[in-house]
Design a binder for this molecule. Sequence first.
Ligand SMILES: Nc1ncnc2c1ncn2[C@@H]1O[C@H](COP(=O)(O)OP(=O)(O)OP(=O)(O)O)[C@@H](O)[C@H]1O
Ligand SMILES: Cc1ncc(C[n+]2csc(CCOP(=O)(O)O)c2C)c(N)n1
Ligand SMILES: [Mg+2]
Ligand SMILES: [Mg+2]
Ligand SMILES: [Mg+2]
Length: 348
Amino acid sequence: MSSLDEFALIRRLTDGKQSVAFQQACGVDKGIGDDAAVAYLAPGCQLVMTCDTMTESIHFQAHTMRDSDIGYKAMAAAISDIAAMGAIPRYALIALSFPKEMSQHKLEAVYQGLYDCANRWSVVVVGGDTTSCIGGLTVTVTVIGEVQEGRALLRSTAKTGDVVFATGELGCSAAGLDYLLKQALPADQWPDVEDGSSEARLIAAHCRPQPQVDAGQFLQQSQVCGALNDVSDGLASEAWEISEASGVGIDLIEDRIPIADELMAYAIRTEKDPLDYILYGGEDYHLIGTMQAEHVIDMQIKFKAAGLTLYIIGYVNAENSGVRLVQSSGYVVPIAKQGYNHFGKDLS
Ligand SMILES: Nc1ncnc2c1ncn2[C@@H]1O[C@H](COP(=O)(O)OP(=O)(O)OP(=O)(O)O)[C@@H](O)[C@H]1O
Ligand SMILES: Cc1ncc(C[n+]2csc(CCOP(=O)(O)O)c2C)c(N)n1
Ligand SMILES: [Mg+2]
Ligand SMILES: [Mg+2]
Ligand SMILES: [Mg+2]
């Protein structure tokens, strides 16, 4: 049980976490402590705004994420949506609901994760809201970013002839979750990356996703990117969103979809198809999108120089064919409009 009242707790969680100098350098005029935060908007920029919720039992359980991971991932998921617009994340607001008996120690760990992620991407926490609730912990992170006027990257601008890309290997988060749910071990018994464990890499993908802000920036600045989306619900679901928003067909080429070694090893051991994790798993927070084919090599060189990856995994066609998979055998089969959906399996 927290020994602090609501206001003392907020101060405890937020006081001194980001220096005034850092906040001012980021354009914050008034941060935490008034009715609302006030910040400057850079000239020639538009606001980009998003929020994401993580709630106990649905997004995490005691044996699938450490407390600090909950905070880190809640912030990462929201920043990822800003990255997926080709924008720069600037400010965050954190809404927290938890039962009265939740320990202050746990909340402090959640906040450590929130700030670790915010600091990693130079995002200033400018406010939030704190309430009690019946049930588990819920964390909602709102992120406000900015992008040069008219330059946000949308889901609706894929063009026929574009290629489809992904900024990383997908499916690892879902495999990590599968492992964690089956093992049901406390975090101090999880395998360690230091030991070269492939399961540890899957766990890291699930617990500490890395929003692709730099990749989003390169894509925005290049002006060769068509559509862009981040992978929260699975490659199939996100590709369908682009296909429908843009009114184009998308063909994904099975042989071109990268499979991480640790995912392949896990899929072999559990006798699963790695493609199921990739297409229908979600929570990868990599970007998928489309770009003009003639600029691929240039962009791949640019990405590589920055320590990033850009995989070409398909192409856009003019047919009203939805999303399909060009199998290794040469057969072309429809990919179900399916992925993580909070209220049912079928997204249509
Ligand atoms: N309760 C809501 N009220 C108003 N708008 C909403 C609400 N929930 C979602 N939206 C809006 O619907 C659109 C799609 O939201 P969605 O949550 O699917 O996007 P996402 O963040 O990319 O996906 P995910 O939640 O899987 O990360 C966004 O524009 C979002 O702001
Ligand atoms: C314990 C537990 N069970 C299942 C899942 C899987 N899961 C939950 S929400 C989601 C999609 C992204 O969320 P949203 O659409 O809300 O942004 C996924 C893939 C999990 N993470 N933890
Ligand atoms: Mg989201
Ligand atoms: Mg998104
Ligand atoms: Mg979702």
